[in-house]
Design a protein. Structure first.
Length: 133
């Protein structure tokens, strides 16, 4: 299974419904502009159907963070935050590896070692609990 297929299979019903709604909205906009919808065209585009420059997104995110009064955070930090939260919630390290698209589980484990001790302690507590029979 490719990284893209793993990402597609990781959505819950609410996320899938939201993406379908966004897709339909995008299709209406494309129809109004006379732009064909092709699988190779990104889902999120500029008003003219062109690709959004990643630097624009980074700049826009930075402006929104500054306007919010929150501590400075990079857009890429959200990726790390999501992986950390997934691990802390009990997601398997291989699942997080797949979601992040890491080629090696070693990279994922090395990057998130600060979360792993907490997971080890929680696993030990779960194993130590008496099981109902």
């Amino acid at each position: 299974m490719s990284a893209e297929e793993r990402l597609q299979s990781a959505w819950d019903r609410s996320g899938i419904d939201t993406l379908r709604l966004l897709y339909r909205h995008e299709q209406v906009q494309r129809d109004e502009l006379g732009i064909d919808r092709s699988p190779s065209i990104p889902m999120f585009t500029r008003e003219n159907g062109g690709a959004i420059d990643p630097n624009y997104l980074t700049h826009r995110f930075h402006k929104l963070v500054m306007a919010s009064g929150l501590p400075p955070v990079r857009l890429h930090d959200l990726r790390h935050g999501a992986a950390t939260l997934a691990l802390a919630a009990g997601a398997d390290l291989r699942v997080v590896q797949g979601l992040l698209g890491h080629a090696s589980i070693v990279l994922t484990a090395d990057t998130y070692t600060s979360v792993l001790p907490q997971l080890y302690h929680e696993s030990a507590r779960r194993l130590a609990r008496p099981r109902a029979r």
